[in-house]
Unconditional design. Structure first.
Length: 186
């Protein structure tokens, strides 16, 4: 009926294997999520004029956000501090999204074993409960814009930043000499 030679059969076999492999690789579905921000390195020799914004609280009452299941693939005994820090940051991010906020301020975190559908703690993953105040950034402007009264708080922020950056000896001297200018130091 069909007269197929060895070469044709070999080509059909290779085509069949190629189709099978490509269909297997196509069938694999992977979920992936990532957040990223741009960081300008000082080495780029650019001057960026600072921006300022106000935070508008969306709620005057502290909100408690439902537990979010984090780090599902690891056992509790395998978690380290970096895992916990990442889980808290991710939970705060999802809490802000849930409220349409830009950030959650005064956030506190409660971390526990993941609780399954039957109410039992599991040995894989953790639940993170976030409590805090949702805020949105409003009134973005260039720092020093005359329409805004930034001078009231700008000096105090610069002094606070400088004090945290000083070593112990310099910090003690700065505490004694409060008359030092916030802009013209060393």
């Amino acid at each position: 009926m069909f007269n197929i030679n060895y070469e044709t059969m070999k080509k059909l076999f290779l085509i069949g294997i190629a189709v099978a492999i490509s269909s297997l690789s196509y069938a694999q579905k992977v979920e992936f999520e990532e957040a990223q921000t741009r960081i300008i390195e000082p080495i780029q020799e650019v001057l960026v004029r600072p921006m300022s914004a106000e935070m508008k609280m969306l709620s005057n009452e502290m909100k408690v956000y439902m537990p979010s299941w984090q780090i599902k693939e690891k056992k509790i005994t395998e978690l380290n501090q970096t895992d916990l820090d990442n889980a808290r940051a991710n939970a705060a991010f999802h809490a802000a999204i849930a409220d349409g906020a830009d950030a959650i301020i005064a956030a506190t975190f409660y971390v526990r074993n993941h609780i399954d559908e039957k109410g039992r703690p599991t040995d894989h993953g953790i639940d993170v409960i976030v409590r805090g105040y949702p805020v949105k950034y409003v009134n973005w402007h260039l720092l020093g814009d005359p329409k805004y009264n930034d001078e009231k708080w700008e000096g105090a922020l610069i002094e606070s930043y400088k004090a945290r950056a000083l070593n112990k000896d310099d910090a003690a001297a700065a505490a004694k000499d409060r008359t030092r200018s916030s802009i013209s130091s060393k």
